[in-house]
Design a protein around this ligand. Structure first.
Ligand SMILES: [Zn+2]
Length: 232
């Protein structure tokens, strides 16, 4: 599976550093979550490599000659998207035995409320039992993971939609009332409406930003709540 940048051409292999580093971080997080949750269906991410394109069919085709792309292993099986980077959680992922939203919740606690793994998609396998995930997005308070990092807004939208399962019920979590007091009602209903219009399963790169005061308010809530507990 080949991935080219939708935003711009990548003429240097280092242009992909953010993506490659994020993938490595995601792999470590998955290992940590597997240990924490003792799940029967361990999570893992595909490996990625950066390659240069040395042949193209026509001069106009993309990716371009000499452009750098990221390649991932092809995953056979039925592809699913369980969670996106802006609060969407699929019906399957809402079932009590799904570990996907719990993985997001755990990653947030694990980073003391600074980050959250998101955009969880891939293939579930019964033999051997596993989830193979691909192409994640990382959300961070500092917005340092590129265009799919929906930051504090993405994390807030996740918590507004997430009900804990047995995998994550022991982890600290901001209460809905923590947000509802901080995000003005009009802002919240406008954002919810926008989400409905755009379709739930998209990977967001749109600017659905809260005003600076609201962002600061939620950031404060996150840091306070996340410090409160990471219970094993
Ligand atoms: Zn949870």
């Amino acid at each position: 599976m080949i991935k080219e940048s939708k935003e711009s051409y990548m003429w240097k292999s280092t242009d992909w550093n953010v993506t490659v580093e994020m993938h490595k971080e995601a792999q470590k997080l998955a290992e940590g979550f597997n240990r924490f949750s003792k799940t029967n269906f361990p999570l893992k991410f595909t490996d990625v490599d950066v390659v240069i394109i040395t042949e193209t069919n026509t001069p106009d085709s993309t990716p371009k000659l000499n452009e750098y792309c990221v390649v991932e292993d092809y995953i056979p099986g039925q592809f699913n998207k369980w969670c996106n980077n802006y609060g969407f959680i699929s019906a399957e992922a809402k079932s009590s035995n799904s570990s996907m939203p719990a993985f997001m919740h755990w990653s947030w606690c694990h980073s003391n409320g600074e980050k959250m793994i998101s955009d969880l998609q891939g293939v579930r396998s019964d033999d051997p039992q596993s989830y193979t995930l691909t192409d994640p997005a990382m959300l961070s308070l500092t917005n340092s993971y590129g265009v799919t990092d929906m930051g504090v807004e993405g994390m807030a939208m996740f918590f507004l939609h997430h009900e804990c399962s047995s995998f994550c019920e022991r982890l600290s979590k901001p209460k809905k009332s923590d947000f509802l007091g901080v995000i003005p009602d009009r802002q919240l209903s406008a954002t919810m409406q926008q989400l409905k219009n755009l379709g739930d399963a998209t990977t967001y790169t749109h600017e659905l930003k809260f005003p600076p005061g609201v962002r600061e308010g939620i950031t404060t809530v996150f840091r306070r709540v996340a410090r409160g507990g990471y219970v094993y």
